[in-house]
Design a binder for this molecule. Structure first.
Ligand code: FAS
Ligand code: PHB
Length: 394
């Protein structure tokens, strides 16, 4: 089997890349180890930056997003029993975010690829990559057989636990990492969201976040120990803890309801450099992980896709390799700015083990400053809605 771009992974990175390449007449094959049903139900991110939402709409996969996505013009930071709104529209000249679940993005992209006759092989596990400097090959298992995909380029969109990052020789690969001493316990609940916008809360007992998926479905998170056993968190215990952490002096109430799904997500900051080796390119979680406090994971994956799409277009249309040669440096400039923002949001809003009174007051001072200084609120807002892109993807 042969194609121009062999894509490993059908997450946001792999599917968006396949879709954008197709629009430019560049052929690809996507290999995905899981089933279509699994990836279309996997509950993950929920917030699209304006650039991500615009890209979906401009590239023809945004119709449902425009119907069902919830456009938000701000968020609330809550601490000391009081809420403080960060007004994106005022601070960023009208930019917004869209709340639209990652698995809905996946459904839209899978449907678009199917309608265009795109090749996505589900339950096809890539086991190894070869000849990255000459004629790249991907060996994969599919339907009980071992097959080979010959391609011009490999796009490693296989997430944090994939095989592509580790195909870069250890003497070449550089890892930068911070593992946080806490995790997020997340729930999906069948209850009307208690707020129209997201609420991020700093509390003595730890961080909590109110988000949503629709006018009927709430998505909430609370900070917990990284080795928590989810079986020890009954629905009542979860709701009680969320109500305690989100309480305000004016008696705001968090309504509860049936919990449809609960899980624990570890927290790390991670960057692998370089994001290219020979004719293999890493995109998204295969190259970088951010703590979800800044709502950046999916959006940063899409930013990598924009850079690689443009670079491959320049190569196939004009024989130019400059984009490909600078792919890693171009992506990493944004990656590190997003890492900084996600680390800053996480450090500001979470209680760290064994904090002393000085550190506790630093949290409060940081929150007081960002909610009373237009300059600092603007810095938060312009990062949250998404930093501008350096150039168009096509
Ligand atoms: P993905 O991990 O989404 O996709 C990689 C794909 O490759 C997967 O489908 C996998 O099955 C496949 N794959 C792996 N190895 C393979 C192989 N050998 N062969 C074939 N296929 C292979 N981000 C946010 O912004 N907000 C959040 O709230 C948030 N919550 C998260 C919760 C969890 C539990 C996790 C794990 C991540 C969360 N993220 C969140 C981050 C998440 O949204 C990622 O940033 C996003 O999925 C990145 O997309 P991809 O890079 O495409 O990787
Ligand atoms: C979500 O809705 O899942 C979500 C929103 C904002 C975040 C993280 C997750 O920072």
């Amino acid at each position: 089997m042969r194609t121009q771009v062999g894509i490993i992974g059908a997450g946001p990175a792999g599917l968006m890349l396949s879709h954008l390449l197709h629009l430019q007449g560049i052929e690809s094959v996507v290999l995905e180890s899981r089933s279509q049903e699994y990836i279309e139900q996997r509950v993950r991110a929920g917030v699209l930056e304006k650039g991500t939402a615009d890209l979906m709409i401009e590239s023809g996969v945004g119709a449902r997003l425009q119907r069902e996505g919830l456009i938000h013009h701000g968020i609330e930071l809550r601490f000391g029993g009081a809420g403080h709104r960060i007004d994106f529209a005022d601070l960023t000249g009208g930019k917004s975010i869209t709340v639209y679940a990652q698995h809905e993005v996946i459904k839209d992209l899978v449907a678009a690829r199917a309608a265009a006759g795109g090749k996505i092989f589900f339950e096809a596990e890539a086991v190894s990559v070869h000849d990255l400097d000459t004629q790249p090959k991907i060996r994969f298992q599919h339907g009980g057989a071992t097959e080979t995909l010959d391609c011009d380029f490999i796009a490693g969109c296989d997430g944090f636990h994939g095989i592509c990052r580790n195909a870069i020789p250890p003497e070449v690969l550089r890892i930068h990492e911070r593992v946080y001493p806490f995790a997020w316990l997340g729930i999906l609940a069948k209850v009307k969201p208690a707020s129209d916008e997201l609420i991020y809360t700093y509390h003595d007992r730890g961080f909590s976040l109110l988000s949503m998926r629709s006018p009927e479905i709430s998505r909430l998170y609370l900070q917990c120990d990284p080795d928590e056993n989810i079986a020890e968190w009954s629905d009542d215990r979860i709701w009680t803890e969320l109500r305690t952490r989100m309480a305000t002096r004016d008696g705001w109430m968090l309504a509860d309801g049936p919990i449809l799904q609960k899980g624990i997500t570890p927290m790390r900051s991670f960057v692998a450099e370089p994001m290219r080796h020979g004719k293999m390119f890493l995109l998204g979680d295969a190259a970088h992980i951010v703590p979800p406090t800044g709502a950046k994971g999916l959006n940063l994956a899409v930013a990598d896709v924009r850079v690689l799409t443009r670079s491959l277009l320049d190569f196939y249309r004009h024989g130019a390799t400059s984009g490909l040669d600078h792919y890693s440096d171009t992506c990493l400039r944004r990656v590190w700015k997003v890492q900084r923002f996600s680390w800053w949001m996480t450090s500001m809003l979470h209680r760290f083990p064994n904090e002393d009174s000085f550190q506790h007051h630093l949290h409060l001072a940081e929150l007081d400053y960002v909610t009373s200084s237009r300059a600092q609120a603007t810095a938060l807002a312009e990062n949250y809605v998404g930093l501008p892109f350096d150039e168009p993807y096509s």
